[in-house]
Every structure is written in structure tokens, then in C-alpha cells.
Design a protein around this ligand. Sequence first.
Ligand SMILES: [Zn+2]
Length: 118
Amino acid sequence: MSAPCCDFCNNTTARWALRCDDVGVLASGAHATAVAALTGAWNACGDCLLFVQRADSDGLADRVARSAHGPPEVVRMTTTAFRSDVFKALYKRVLPWLGSPQPLATVGANSPQVEGEP
Ligand SMILES: [Zn+2]
């Protein structure tokens, strides 16, 4: 089966899970407002994890905006700069909530689990 997707850039090589308390986030950017419900954990690939660990929300937003993560029609109708602004506002609020990374392991057919903690 396919590997878990990165919750940031949406590639299929997520290797890490970042724990997060369940919390609602409301972020306002120059052009838009983003709302996210964080539930349990975010998956991250190695490249996105580097931005998270540096608390570089702007750099992560630029990376994700260029990755065309999102519904194809939304990506088609928005510019990279627009998406970057939205992600910057969102990640500035999200990154402080994320815990330390835990390696993902695929157990069974397609059920990723977090190793190490009960
Ligand atoms: Zn990623």
C-alpha cells in the first residue's frame, strides 16, 4: 500500500509523526483566513521536518505553496504567492503546538503507527 502522506507538502514519503494536542486554529493572512483542526498528530517528510525543527514557518509555507498541495481546482485558481501567505499565517500558529518527531512505522497493510511511546 502507499506510504503515509506528508501533511505539509503532501508527498508520499512521510517518515515522522509530530504529536499535537487537539486544538482549533484560526489564522488571518493578508488575503485570507485559515482554519484548521489539529487532531492527534501531523505527518511530516524529512524535508518539511527540517523547517519545523528550525521553527521556520515562512520557509515551510513557501515550500508547501510550491508543492501544489491542495485540491487541484484550488491550486489552479490561486497563485503560489497567495497560497504562501495563507500557509505562513497558518503555520505561524501551528508550529508551536507540534511535539517532538517520532518515527513512523507501517504496521500491517496501511495503518501507520507511532513508535516509542505507549
Ligand atoms: Zn513534506
